[in-house]
Design a binder for this molecule. Sequence first.
Ligand code: PGA
Length: 256
Amino acid sequence: MTRLPMMAGNWKMNNTISEAVVLTQELSYQLEHDWDDVEVVLCPPYTDLKPVLTVLDYDKSAVKVAAQNVFWEEKGAFTGEISVRMIKEIGCAYSIVGHSERREIFEESDESVNKKVKALVAAGLGAIVCVGESLFVRDEGIALMFVEGQLRAAFAGLEPNDAAKCVVAYEPIWAIGTGRTATPEQAEEVCAMLRETIAHMFGGACAEEMRILYGGSMNTGNVDMLLAMPNIDGGLVGGASLEAASFSQLVKACRK
Ligand code: PGA
């Protein structure tokens, strides 16, 4: 089975509404409209979701939109949080969950990642679940074990058909925003383990279907080598997604 590649741009805390509109217009212009061989996803900050979707709707673009985070409760006294229903109604197809910056800076636990994944799939949305080890963990020689633990915790208690709605992003923390990419072999080793773990948890069909992305200083210079790996189905891209020229090249690299 061939999986549909995904190229997702994680804008992080960048772009005001006016900047987001310009970037989306540029991107939409640079990407051709008549493609169905790659799923392109933009992950802007909450304040940009509606303006970005408005530009994409106007252009009849197939580009999808994801939130960068979401809270698992339905509604109520949770100041500062955004619910799954809110991002669904606005038009998001996915939310990123458990990005390493959320885990490190905002102390998100494996348990909260799991609750968020469950809330998203219950509403029919997909989760882009981030996993990845620190340099310390890699140097200790326990990266595979650590990342497998994160994956198992994130997907605990899910049904196979719900798990299949999700995407996994392997993002070694030491490669994020550092310019230091994992070698294709390092990334492939972890991504192959992730697929095998999915097969153990949910069966071979689910593992075959699930997209596994690489993230961490992916750019136009290294994308081809990373995508050539059998278990890497696309990218979750930070820095290189902030310019239309580089992000559209990354999208095109998925189409070969
Ligand atoms: P980067 O970020 O491409 O800037 O390394 C990737 C990410 O954090 O998703």
